[in-house]
Structures are given as structure tokens and as C-alpha cells.
Design a protein around this ligand. Structure first.
Ligand SMILES: Nc1ncnc2c1ncn2[C@@H]1O[C@H](COP(=O)(O)OP(=O)(O)OP(=O)(O)O)[C@@H](O)[C@H]1O
Ligand SMILES: [Mg+2]
Length: 244
């Protein structure tokens, strides 16, 4: 696969701009005892900077698996995965980990904050892992906490915060190292509707302002309504939501 192929149109988008993420006939199956279970079957898609893509589909349809492939937690059985023009599918596990640490921000359903670290230390963690000097980290963490409206909670431990506050810390942490790609697995799944809407509005604003791409798994029609594209996984295939 070469860069020219990143400009081919495909069923999920008509854009011909160079894509941030290219999935080219990606297949993934898991073994279950004697049997092999095909979860993704030749999935092809393009995701561009500045876009929000919502991924929907019933439980077990492969949504988390697809995120795991895009961030390099899993490797595909077949097919090409390109991020920022770099092939992921041919990288070994160590190189995929380094890629993920530097270029991806992940927001989890259950926040996944480290309970023994303060809010500020949680947000600083990706900066530390990416070698940002301590002196620079302080200012950046403060700016990130201001962006998510938690400037006065830096010294608190996560268990003192509400669900919405914890999710905002997780967003600040995911953005800390300025990754071009944000992935979120049901980021509002554990929030009440109003808090979820506020978290989504924040995420939406940050993604748009900073020109990042966001792929998020959601079961919520309100969240899907904020996306540029809604794609559905069904029977291993990806297609625009609502297409027959
Ligand atoms: N590491 C694994 N080993 C074996 N099977 C797996 C593994 N990861 C996922 N699967 C299987 O792949 C299928 C898709 O799982 P996945 O977690 O991607 O679904 P999902 O769409 O995210 O579902 P949910 O909405 O419930 O989170 C499931 O049948 C699951 O059991
Ligand atoms: Mg899942």
C-alpha cells in the first residue's frame, strides 16, 4: 500500500483528502476453542483530521476490537492499517506501543485514572512518558486542567471527584501529549444524560478547535448526532449507519 491509496474514495466517505487513518480490507478473528470467530471482515474506511466518527453496533459486533486495531493494541490478521501515512499492521508489538504512547489519546468508559496519583499527576503522565521535561509539564498540565474547567482540582485524588469530573480529567490526560488521534470507548457510558452531554460538548469543542480526529464508540443517539459520520458494524462489515 502506498500513499496514493490514501486518496481513493470508499463507501464510508466521499472525501479525497489525505486521510489520517486508513483501514484497507482489515480482517480480525479470534479463536474460540476449535472454532475461529470472524469479528471484522475486510473493513475499509478513511478518517480525516478534524472529523468526529461515531461507531455503533450491537454488543459483540467488534467496536472495541476496531479501536484496538487503530491504536495498535491488537494487530490485524489481514489488511492494511495506516496512521499518518505510517503502516501499523507490519509493526511489532513494541513499536505499536511506542506509536500509541506518542500519537494516540484514549478515553475509556470507566475513566481508568490512576487512583494513587493526583489529578495533576494523572494528566502529567503522558507528558512524562513522552519525555517532556518536568519544568515544562507544570504549565501544560495547568493549561489542560483549565481547558476542562478543573484548574482548582489538580491536587485532588480521583476518588474525590464526580463521574463527570473524572471523565474530564481523562480527556485532559488523553489530550496532554497533543495526539492527532483520539479514540474513546463509550466515553459517556457511565455518566447521566446531562453530564454526558456536557462532556461531549467539551470534547467536540476541543476536537474542532485543535483539528484532531475523534473516533468514539457510543450507544447514545445524542452522541451520534454530534458526529460527522456514524458508522455501524454488523456481521463484521462497516457501513454508514442507517444504510440498508
Ligand atoms: N482477545 C479476545 N479473545 C477472544 N475473543 C475476543 C477478544 N476480544 C474480543 N473478542 C470477541 O470479539 C467479539 C467482538 O468484541 P468487541 O469487544 O470488539 O465487541 P463490542 O462491539 O465492543 O461489544 P460491546 O458493545 O459489548 O463492548 C466478541 O464476540 C468478543 O468475545
Ligand atoms: Mg466494546
Amino acid at each position: 500500500m502506498d500513499n496514493r491509496q490514501t486518496q481513493i474514495t470508499d463507501p464510508t466517505t466521499h472525501a479525497t483528502r489525505e486521510a489520517l487513518v486508513v483501514l484497507e480490507a482489515v480482517s480480525k478473528s479470534f479463536r474460540e476453542g476449535e472454532k475461529t470467530r470472524m469479528v471484522l471482515d475486510r473493513v475499509t474506511a478513511r478518517i480525516h483530521a478534524g472529523e468526529i466518527v461515531a461507531l455503533v453496533g450491537r454488543s459483540g459486533s467488534g467496536k472495541s476490537t476496531l479501536l484496538n486495531l487503530i491504536c495498535g493494541i491488537e494487530a490485524p490478521d489481514q489488511g492494511g492499517i495506516l496512521v499518518e501515512g505510517r503502516r501499523l499492521d507490519t509493526l511489532g508489538e513494541r513499536d505499536r506501543t511506542l506509536y500509541r504512547r506518542a500519537r494516540v489519546g484514549f478515553i475509556y468508559q470507566f475513566f481508568n485514572l490512576i487512583p494513587t496519583l493526583t489529578v495533576a499527576e494523572n494528566v502529567a503522565l503522558p507528558l512524562e512518558l513522552n519525555g517532556v521535561p518536568a519544568g515544562e509539564r507544570v504549565g501544560r498540565v495547568m493549561a489542560l486542567l483549565q481547558a476542562v474547567d478543573l484548574a482548582d482540582r489538580g491536587d485532588a485524588f480521583p476518588d474525590r471527584l464526580s463521574g463527570g469530573e473524572q471523565q474530564r480529567v481523562a480527556i485532559a490526560r488523553a489530550l496532554a501529549h497533543e495526539p492527532p488521534l483520539l479514540l474513546a470507548d463509550e466515553p459517556t457510558g457511565n455518566l447521566d444524560a446531562e453530564t454526558g452531554a456536557r462532556v461531549m460538548a467539551l470534547l467536540h469543542g476541543l476536537v474542532r478547535e485543535q483539528g484532531r480526529a475523534l473516533v468514539l464508540v457510543t450507544h447514545s443517539p445524542e452522541v451520534s448526532a454530534m458526529a460527522d459520520h456514524v458508522w455501524e458494524l454488523m456481521d463484521g462489515r462497516l457501513r454508514p449507519w442507517g444504510a440498508s
